[in-house]
Design a protein around this ligand. Sequence first.
Ligand code: ZN
Length: 752
Amino acid sequence: MNNHYILRHALCAALVSALACQAMVAAQDNPQPAAQLSASLRPPAAADQLAGDAPSTSVSPRANPFAAPSTLPFQMPDFSAIKDSDFAPAFDAGMAEQRREVAAIADNPAPPTFENTLVALERSGRLLDRVEKVFDNYYGTIDDPVIDKLQEEYAPKRAAHLDAIYFNQKLFARIEALYRHRSELALDAESLQLLERYHKSYVHAGAAVTGPKRRRLGELDQQIAAATTRFEETVQKAANDGAVIVDNVAELDGLSPEDISSAAAAAQARGLSGRWLITLQHATQQPALANLKNRALRERLYRASIARGNGGADDNTANVAQIVRLRAERAQLLGYPSYAAYQLVEQGAKTPAAVSNLLTQIVPPAIAAARSEAAENQSLINAQAAAAGGAAFALEPWDWSFYAEQVRAARFGFTDADVRPYFELDRVMKDGLFYAAHELYGISFTERADLPRYDPTLRIFEVTDADGSPLALFIADYFARSNKQGGAWENPYVSQSTLLGLKVVVVNCLNLSKPEPGQPMLMTFDEVTGLFHEMGHALHEMFSAVTYPTLAGTNVPTDFGEYPSQFNEMWARDPKVLAHFARHVGTGEPMPQDLMSRVLAAQTFGEGYLTTESLAASLLDQAWYQLPAAAVPPAAQVMDFEARALRENGLNYTAVPPRYHSPYFSHIFAGGDDYSASYYSYTWSNVLARDSGKWFSDHGGLTRANGDYFRSKILSRGRTQEPEVLFEGFYGKPPEIKPLLDYKGFASTVGG
Ligand SMILES: [Zn+2]
């Protein structure tokens, strides 16, 4: 159930394929953010659970800070007043309140009207919304065992609460009746879209299925939940069991002293004192491969990585086959030929054919770029062998990043230490991030040191619109803390809605390492890009000018959600913006032109490999989920199927393996379904982002006129129209891949 109606997901947290986000996410790329985890705990599709079985819970405004809207500016939650003990009663009361509201709508003796059904639903659940938004943010950002415990307790309850709304037959009958008569209701465009979205998402969840099919749907959901849980447990066990044990520290030559001591500590923790343990990270390529000089150890580490879940004690192939078969059957039961067809109808892409068509167009230029990177790596191998008087060897996947890093260092000749003094956080924010937003959209940021915060490092800004009216509160939660979820993401504390009279409170979370006390926060260019990326999500939230909460802000499909954020990254690289913020922290001198050119040129280094491994994963995802149930291979043929799918998609290039092989591809086989059949989303959004970047360049770049146009066509619109309609309304034609290829530096490898 891809439900953005009440339980929305933080953007970015799961996007480990995100090329620009990669530096932000690499270390802890957790494919299951909190909200997805809760989705995996969702019980099977159940019959009505709303019938007044709820305890009559209530909370009093004096006693509980969620009971009434906050009186702080923009209804920002009063972080100073919220206690752990407030959550459970607020959840209970919030769910009970919404159950009563929904029951009143469903049981209303008056015939259904748009007002008494959909508008009433949009107004329902306010208390629950207030507590959920704070709780979900806290769960990802605050180190508090009580919150973790509450998450365990309330994730299944919240999932059951949502299911009860989706599977309320009386409610669905009202929505269905309105939908059938939609052309007679004289609705404005946004209201009509709301009705269509409700109807589609209820049908999509299975609300229209009755009788034996309903029972089968319930069984399938139960089996899928069990199989995806088994899959993820096996991935974790296989990663654990696959960690590489090293007996001799000399083999670790090339790793930093910190990495060597963490390897010693990891071994110690497993009772292997006196040895070293290299633990496995999620993706195929392991970070240590970039530095390990010992080729035999590199090979051992790489082989351990790709062996995960493929045979042996931790075999995951049976789970892969079963999950694909169950999801395909579920889709067929709902009237779709495959799970991909079922999933994509709710996305901007709409059909598997559209996804396959886009991805396969990018394959040849990506492979061509990867092959030319391979040739450079091979030249370096040959030259080093010749210099040492030894024999050269052929480049293998376990050699790739080790040699690519040396090519990178030789070509661009700068280190993080050279650039960091030019990217001081405060200046990057004010003279970069806020400056670009001001030039494009006329908005201004004023710090509000007076407002309460849940951590002393938070910075809160009031955002004022071009006409001087208040627009939003922007919270920057940029620093890593113990137990803060890894990576970077955006999430609202308050979402915009004209119907509810709400403006936006939004947070951007990153994981910058806090500097020593008294020292300035100096960043890499990747971190700067991460700041701009998350601001893109924040602007999508803040500019929302929508009536209904269901259609507001970032409540858009996955393949559209990363579009504004990836678009906003381009301003970090824009010559005018970059020159405005890249100044030395000590002297205030601008970054030397030569260094700046090398920093910019380095942005497209290695894109051939990164794009190819991501396309391989995306096409694998599609290959699995485009299968009808009857065509799913048995466990023993899972790896053969995978090899054939890659070959048939033109990805038979063994030097670049998929970012994930099927037996450890948690994004698409673990609980939650945001990325199953949707791993292509990042690439899709990136195409839209680069097309838009091209449009800006063609129209004069960083100007108010361009910014206002983009805001009016995309950033303010939420999902008031379908994503593909919004995009064409802005761009004037369907998306095209050429600007993406140019941005990645692939242009010279294709004609036109
Ligand atoms: Zn993002």
